[in-house]
Write a protein that binds this ligand. Structure first.
Ligand code: HMG
Ligand code: MG
Length: 316
């Protein structure tokens, strides 16, 4: 199973968007700006910083424009934002974004609850977004949500996902992120869904986006890597969830992912210590503990014990 693991994984950080959209309290814009700037100094080269959606639907990210206009954009760091329609795209362009992401669900009910449209109408609306975005020089990513299960409809037909992927690629998106929106996938399901998708779609056009509701995100991610996928979405600290998917908890934590990849000899280009500092920063401004396992293991007593052991080894 593990013969064909990638040598390098591209980590697509969604904490500032998928993470903060789900916080019950509003995070001050200044904290978000400092957070994104700190993430950009970790070696992350892809960060989804906000969304330009209706502030009535997602008040947590109503400050997207100010954030996008204020963050420092180091060379080589691609910053993206989620947009549902032409209005969102226009604001994204005005705010200086060079990449946007469109999104829809593989199940009708979740799509309707999330964007108030049928899947067919959502795809039609993408024609107003993807082409014009590309004409304006932006890269466009796409998400397909509820690929592995829907909170309202249960099982989702992988052939429907395959058909959506073909349609999205034909509109001109460069990559499709396959969302386990409510964290119900298991590694065998990931293997079989990806076997179907990669029989017709190039692996480098696909990414995976696992929420960790039942603690299976890292296992699912490993199954995806074994299937030849080398782009993984994650959220620092494990922040996140979709407000229109009951039961959706945080994404796979970026530091848990990066720690595992580095231990397996897979490069990411990310500085894990700096990443953990970003997680601590986020825990401070959201005002609660974050679910990341690596963060817990490297905070407090265990970290002190480990540093003591390292000092003793150096002195011996
Ligand atoms: P609607 O109410 O049907 O929209 O919402 P509308 O076109 O009828 O417009 C209603 C009002 O919203 C109007 O304002 C528009 O101007 C305004 P009014 O005239 O009443 O004052 N409006 C906007 N304002 C700002 N930015 C915009 C925008 N568009 C319209 N872009 C809409 C439709 C799509 C806008 C709404 O349903 C929406 O914003 N939904 C967003 C939901 C969302 O962000 N969900 C979470 C992200 S998806 C996710 O987390 C899953 C993912 O992580 C992958 C995974 O885990 O699977 C990506
Ligand atoms: Mg998500």
């Amino acid at each position: 199973m593990f013969e064909s693991l990638p040598k390098r994984v591209s980590v697509y950080e969604v904490g500032p968007r998928d993470g903060l959209q789900n916080e019950s309290g509003l995070v001050p814009t200044a904290d978000k700006i400092a957070f994104v700037n700190a993430l950009a100094r970790c070696g992350l080269s892809r960060i989804e910083i906000t969304s330009f959606v209706s502030p009535r639907w997602i008040p947590q990210l109503a400050d997207g424009r100010e954030l996008a206009e204020s963050v420092i954009r180091p060379p080589g760091v691609h910053m993206s934002a989620l947009v549902p329609n032409r209005k969102g795209l226009d604001v994204a362009i005005a705010a200086g974004m060079k990449e946007v992401a469109v999104f829809l669900s593989a199940s009708e009910t979740h799509n309707k609850r999330n964007v108030n449209k049928t899947i067919a109408d959502t795809l039609r609306a993408f024609h107003d977004v993807v082409g014009p975005a590309r004409d304006a020089g932006l890269r466009v990513r796409a998400y397909v949500s509820t690929v592995f299960g829907c909170p309202y409809e249960g099982d989702v037909d992988p052939n429907k996902v395959l058909a959506l992927c073909h349609t999205l690629l034909a509109t001109g998106v460069y990559e499709i992120s396959l969302g386990d929106t409510i964290g119900v996938a298991n590694p065998l399901q990931v293997e079989s869904v990806l076997a179907l998708l990669t029989s017709e779609i190039e692996r480098d056009k696909l990414a995976v986006h696992f929420h960790d509701t039942q603690g299976t995100a890292l296992a699912n991610c490993t199954a995806a890597l074994a299937a030849g996928i080398s782009t993984v979405d994650s959220s620092v600290g494990g922040l996140g969830g979709c407000p229109y998917a009951p039961g959706a908890s945080g994404n796979l934590a970026t530091e848990d992912l990066v720690a595992m990849l580095h231990a397996m000899g897979i490069e990411t280009g990310i500085d894990l210590d700096k990443l953990v500092e970003c997680s601590r920063m986020a825990a401070n401004f959201v005002g609660h503990e974050l679910p990341s396992k690596y963060l817990k293991a490297h905070t407090g007593k265990q970290a002190r014990a480990r540093r003591q052991l390292e000092r003793e080894r150096e002195e011996a």
